[in-house]
Design a protein around this ligand. Sequence first.
Ligand code: DAH
Length: 345
Amino acid sequence: MEDYILAAEELRKEALARLENVTDEKGLEEFYVAYLAKKGSIPGLMIHMKDVADKAAFGAAVNKARTEVTASYEEKKAALAEKALNAKLLSERIDITLPATPTKTGHVNPYRLIIDEVTDIFLQMGYEVCEGRDVETDKFNFELLNVPKDHPSRDMQDTFYFGDDYLLRTQTSAAQAHKMSEMAEKKPIRMIAPGKAYRRDDDDMTHSHQFAQIEGLVVDKGISIANLKATLELFAKKMFGQKREIRLRSSYFPFTEPSVEVDVSCFNCGGKGCAMCKGTGWIEILGAGMVNPRVLEACGYDPEVYSGFAFGVGVERVAMLRYGIDDIRRFYQNDFRFLKDYPVK
Ligand code: DAH
């Protein structure tokens, strides 16, 4: 009779021994079905209860078998799950020591780098940046700038027109006319306007139908050509180096009087004469002048009270000199082999 108690004890030992040999989830599942499930051999012991005299002892033995085997089974289950997880983690491990696939980053077009640099210099001097617009009216691009409809100087700027009145601006100077006209109270102005300008032009190494300019305008009481010279000298030194000097040569623009071309001493040879400055020691960088009183007046400023100076920098020209670029068309061909040589910023 006590054999059943012994049998329960044997079954407990046998199950624990078998569990030792289980190494995977499938084996564990089979083990569960064989020993612990409803129809498994440990619960199956209970059918002998009716034949046992010492039911309490038998019950305790069966219970012991079930509790111990279940506990060991749970332990094994957790161990196997952890083993499986570790194997998975290992197989999915990313080797962070491998070099990453390089990502392609964009590059700033070198003419933009020049605009940023010039803008920084004038912001430091307290100028504001005005956007201007690419599509202009005849009034702002020409008439307010002292270029009436029949004026011969229009011939200097072959133009893309849309009908009679609208055009792609031929010069950022149009932004001056906007700024002055749009000042509700006629107060002092210190502004620059970087942006594109367009002319119907031959496309060759030094001409493009589209190019960038930076316009500058200062209007205040008592502005003289000395202010113009001092400002542009400071600009030239910051842009091209402290040793640079500038010289003014007289010129003609309808919207300035007097007008000048501004040269900077060659930053390649220091003024001795080289291929870059064509042996002259000087490089032309911009046009400038005192704002023509007619322009002030047309834009609502009293020329008896106010005076001003203006300038216009050709951006690609400066970029070509700064970076040794030989052909203006490169700026607009969107060729990555060209752009990639310039900083990302
Ligand atoms: N608008 C002129 C051009 O496109 C450049 C220029 C010259 C602008 C003299 C100015 C200036 O403001 O004062 O050739």
